[in-house]
Design a protein around this ligand. Sequence first.
Ligand code: HEC
Ligand code: HEC
Length: 196
Amino acid sequence: MRVWTIFWALLMAHAASAAADTSASSVISAKLEACTLCHGAAGVSQLPETPSLAGQPEGFLQWQLVYFRSGTRKSAVMQPMAAGLTDDDIRGLAGHFAAQAPPKPGANGAADPAMYSVGQRLAQQNRCASCHKDDYAGAQATARTANQREDYLLKALRDFKSGARTGGGVAAMGDAVYRLGDDELRALAHFLGHFQ
Ligand code: HEC
Ligand code: HEC
């Protein structure tokens, strides 16, 4: 939690400077600077359990920010971050990250070939690509999962399985993972995190 405290202090400084200059674009860029502290300057995260946002479908990013803002998606970190965003902020921020280059294969280091193929088989059996697309780039409200941080992918899958994350009332992901055990979630996260 100590890390978050430091970010909060930085965030308050950004909010104060944004308030001094009231033009819409400077307010968005001040907010964006705060986002990049955790999500990375190029939208590729270097922090544990913190997702990269670069190259995510614009609609997915918009919806997740709306879910955090409304409290439909729980996160001690992101709910307060999203609480102060207007609809225009959300459109501006989502457009910015969607246009960035997604994380590259290799972003999570070398794959374990055995674990990768177990994950690949599970993804085929469970038809993950039917929504996430064959290249796992996602579309509209469905997330890009290709080369996302592996630790975050595993956290997300566990959160869907436990019901901690329900998203926008669409049962899609809860249905997709409820039969799977933790070893299977690990293999899926490994496969997607090293996708190529
Ligand atoms: C203090 C660190 C921190 C800051 C600052 C921050 N985020 Fe986050 N963000 C997180 C973490 C951690 C998560 C993962 C939450 C979870 O585990 O469900 C997240 C999740 C998200 C997601 C969901 C992505 C996905 O793949 O599910 C979006 C979108 C997002 N943040 C956008 C933003 C935007 C826009 C800003 C700036 C207004 C911002 N974040 C600022 C830490 C941060
Ligand atoms: C019926 C469509 C559908 C299927 C099938 C599906 N997903 Fe998803 N997935 C989604 C949607 C939609 C989201 C965004 C969830 C939300 O809005 O909360 C998502 C989100 C995710 C996320 C979180 C990404 C992030 O950045 O937060 C992961 C990881 C994921 N899916 C992996 C999988 C895996 C692995 C499978 C197969 C076992 C799978 N999905 C099958 C629709 C689907």
